[in-house]
Design a protein around this ligand. Structure first.
Ligand code: LLP
Length: 438
């Protein structure tokens, strides 16, 4: 739950606002972000790196976790850069007034239009994923006045201990250059007047709790930096070991240790650099989930129930589900929830919470310890800030929820609810032709 969460007269409050009242006023499903928790996590990363790493460091918010104009503005105010992966994400950053030089553009299948935009708007770095992209970038950057900084994404051959769908570090994962393929890419960049090779990047996966795997990633990258210096006489200045620090979605999972993470990365970088007699690089990290997950709460209304033949309560049916949070269906992800309007009622028999979508896998919570819910109760799901709305769909023609930013009793709508008209706006009727006669 967010830092400001508290119970008062059985009601769950966040950011100085009673959540059941918000559900009433703004309708459900509804997402809220606690600004204090969000800014706190951003600061925790910056301060922890500054404390443990003696050379410069930067924190880039991995905005695929949740991006909108207001969140980008908060990141900018807190001194974070952004990791982006699409042309429209670049546009959000631009509308938010984000400094383009604080942006890294990622992606394994960037379009020419995206590369063009990155070059035209002067992003801080393009993170080059593969040779085909590199060749296009070389061609597109040729006429540009300023050399475009690039990082090379390395597949460090480290298998992260996480869900297979979100492990990205294996040599045969879809992302990045295998180590053995780096020389070709490096030679192409060094020969390209439009590009400036600034460093190496790797990201081994998400929801990682074993800091040793992240330290191992740093070792691989520093060894590669030393090898590049030996082979080409260039000393690259940036080391980006990605993001991926895990968050606890249930009590059974370990806590998020931002300080321990920064300490482990800083120590691994310093040790590896000392071993290779390499100067300490700019250390850039890219957390997404661990910055925004806990700040977010999803609110749903209990609209119906299913009882077994013997009268046991089997399911609470709520008015959202896999369209706003696909993580349970996609990764068997677990969450923690409570009834926001009766938060002090003791749990009864475990009950599952079913989403409203036409798919039997649309189960938000399995066997959750909740009080016997009644129709109209408001279910609050914790840890809902990351990879929920950013992965939302409009399945079953469902408008995507509104997003509110809460702080000290103030409520700001930072993303309005989608309307039916929004949903229909792209549909065009058949051209008027004669109806074929049979
Ligand atoms: N950097 C790169 C290059 C990434 O691909 C990612 C996440 C991050 C940083 C941020 O990782 P984080 O700190 O958030 O773990 N949809 C999945 C997660 C996909 C993560 C994709 N890349 C989920 O809901 O669990």
């Amino acid at each position: 739950w967010p830092d400001t969460a508290r119970l008062e007269a059985g009601q769950l409050w966040v950011g100085g606002v009673a959540l059941p009242a918000l559900a009433e006023a703004y309708a459900t499903p509804l997402y809220i972000i606690d600004e204090v928790t969000l800014r706190g996590a951003m600061r925790a990363y910056r301060h922890a790196l500054a404390r443990h790493y003696p050379a410069p460091s930067r924190v880039h918010y991995a905005s695929k976790a949740l991006l909108n104009i207001a969140v980008a503005q908060v990141a900018q105010q807190e001194g974070l850069g952004l990791d982006l992966v699409s042309a429209a994400e670049l546009l959000v950053a631009r509308r938010a007034g984000v400094d383009m030089t604080s942006i890294h553009l990622h992606g394994n299948a960037k379009s020419d239009a995206e590369l063009h935009r990155a070059l035209d708007w002067g992003v801080g770095a393009v993170v080059v994923d593969n040779l085909d992209e590199l060749e296009r970038l070389i061609a597109l950057s040729a006429g540009h006045p300023q050399p475009q900084p690039v990082l090379l994404r390395v597949a460090p051959d480290i298998a992260a201990h996480t869900h297979a769908h979100i492990a990205t570090g294996a040599a045969d994962a879809k992302f990045g250059f295998p180590l053995a393929a780096l020389p070709v890419a490096i030679e192409r960049i060094l020969a390209a007047p439009g590009l400036h090779l600034r460093g190496l990047h790797a990201h081994i996966g998400s929801q990682i709790f074993e800091l040793g795997q992240l330290a191992a990633t740093v070792q691989v990258l520093v060894a590669a930096l030393a090898q590049i210096r030996a082979q080409y006489g260039v000393t690259l200045e940036e080391l980006s070991p990605g993001g991926g620090l895990g968050v606890p979605y249930t009590d059974a999972m370990p806590a998020t240790d931002i300080d321990g993470y920064a300490q482990a990365l800083a120590a691994a970088t310093q040790q590896a650099c000392a071993a290779h007699n390499f100067p300490l690089p700019l250390l850039t990290v890219e957390p997404g989930r661990s910055i925004i997950a806990r700040a977010g709460v999803a609110l749903y209304r209990v609209v119906a129930r299913k009882f077994a033949a013997d009268g046991r309560l089997l399911y609470l049916h709520v008015d959202g589900g896999m369209a706003d949070n696909i993580r349970p269906a996609l990764y068997a992800a677990r969450y923690t929830a409570l009834l926001a309007n009766r938060a002090d009622a003791p749990p009864t028999a475990p009950v599952s919470v079913a989403g409203r979508y036409c798919e039997s896998g649309d189960i938000l919570l399995r066997d959750a310890p909740l009080p016997a819910a009644q129709l109209g109760d408001v279910l609050a799901v914790a840890g809902a800030g990351a990879y929920t709305l950013s992965m939302a769909s409009t399945y079953n023609m469902s408008p995507r929820p509104a997003l509110l930013l809460l702080n000290a009793g103030q409520v700001q709508v930072i993303q309005r609810r989608e309307t039916e008209e929004d949903l229909l706006a792209r549909d065009l009727p058949l051209a008027a032709t004669e109806t074929p006669q049979s």
